[in-house]
Design a protein around this ligand. Structure first.
Ligand code: GAF
Length: 380
């Protein structure tokens, strides 16, 4: 059954009527630029074809209800404040709250969700959920919310209502990405550039390898990294680490007296530059040449930002040994997925090499697929 059919069936089953419409929003792969978003820096995600579909219809009782294929019993709530709805329903209540808090009249609706975005794998399943619901509420309510404002509303739902201190990467990707493009986003100005990203035309592919490693300590470690970056920026007297260039890096590192802060800052400053270098290469069609930047990004996340785990390091290493031009973990870290830039005809061989390396080490088997850049959030 397609994801749309699953969402429609869940809606009918839960509410005994047909939905008024379907809205979809994708997960994402971040090509490069990790943990740079909350440092006012640069990111370069593209949308996955995998997405969350929200089947939505009016709610006669004036409240909001949401269920999913995984949780068929609806969670129902009225007007709430952060903290009042907990668990996964908080992502939906948070979107309603963020829109209302911004002054919009939000229509009461019933929602059923279905998704083929792998959960908890660093592919932004929560942003896909938020963005599908946000888009549905905006369309059904006839709300005047321009596209460029939407990611910050979904991010606020996550930051303030759900309580996760994430940046704006995932919601921007889910809402603003376009098919066949990577989204170059300046997380300070929200300026975007849609970068053509048609790898098949170059005989290339991005292989996504889900490490299937259990996520551990994700929330606490993420918050720690964010605090370290803010502390480093404060010690250097700049608004954010975005304001330190690679030319100024050595001097900045000398001025930080804490080795952990030094390494965290070095990751962010060099990662921002790697995004800019990747964008320059893509703009001039030199796609293969981004490989070493991807691999350098991984080394920086492993050694300086310390957010990788053995499974993702092994996936990167074995993809490179199998001939990948470059490979890196994508997403927040502590598990999740790796992407590898490969010749299109090497997908099976690369996936098999990684699977073999996992088997040797007794890791849970990985799951791999070729990802192409899909569309952003939309009514279906
Ligand atoms: C997670 C967060 F939600 C993003 O905001 C971003 O910081 C990412 O980790 C790391 O680049 O996905």
């Amino acid at each position: 059954m397609s994801v749309s059919a699953a969402a429609t069936a869940a809606f009918t089953e839960a509410y005994g009527t047909e939905p008024a419409g379907l809205w979809a929003a994708p997960g994402r792969v971040n090509l490069i630029g990790e943990h740079t978003d909350y440092n006012d820096g640069f990111v370069l995600p593209f949308a996955l074809p995998q997405r969350t579909v929200a089947a939505v219809g009016p709610a006669p009782d004036g409240r909001w209800s949401v269920c999913s294929t995984l949780t068929p019993d609806p969670v129902t709530f009225g007007v709430t404040e952060p903290g009042e709805v907990t668990g996964w329903g908080a992502y939906v209540a948070g979107v309603v709250w963020a829109l209302r808090d911004a002054g919009f009249e939000v229509p009461p609706v019933r929602i059923a969700l279905a998704s083929d975005v792998p959960l908890g794998s660093g592919l932004s399943s929560s942003a896909a959920l938020e963005s599908s619901v946000l888009t549905a509420l905006i369309d059904l309510g006839g709300l005047d919310v321009p596209l460029e404002r939407r990611p910050a509303l979904a991010q606020r739902a996550e930051n303030v209502y759900v309580g996760a201190p994430t940046g704006i990467l995932d919601q921007s990707a889910s809402i603003r990405c376009q098919e066949g493009r990577a989204l170059f986003l300046d997380c300070r100005s929200y300026r975007i550039e849609q970068i053509p990203f048609d790898l098949a035309a170059e005989g290339l592919a991005i292989l996504v390898i889900n490490s299937n490693a259990p996520h551990q300590h994700v929330d606490g470690e993420y918050g720690e990294r964010r605090k370290s970056c803010e502390a480093a920026a404060a010690a250097l007297g700049v608004p954010a680490l975005r304001d330190v260039s690679t030319a100024e890096l050595d001097d900045a590192l000398r001025r930080l007296d804490d080795d952990v802060l030094r390494r965290r800052a070095r990751h962010i400053v060099t990662e921002n530059q790697r995004v800019l270098d990747t964008v320059s290469l893509l703009r001039s069609g030199r796609v293969r040449e981004i490989g070493p930047l991807l691999t350098a990004s991984h080394a920086s996340m492993r050694d300086d930002f310390e957010i990788t785990v053995a499974q993702v390091d092994v996936a990167v290493q074995s993809a490179l040994e199998a001939g990948a031009y470059g490979a890196r973990m994508t997403g927040g870290g502590f598990g999740g997925c790796v992407l590898a830039l490969i010749d299109a005809d090497r997908a099976e061989a690369t996936a098999a090499a990684v699977a073999g390396a996992y088997e040797e080490r007794g890791f849970t088997a990985p799951t791999s697929w070729v990802a192409v850049a899909g569309p952003g959030a939309t009514a279906l």
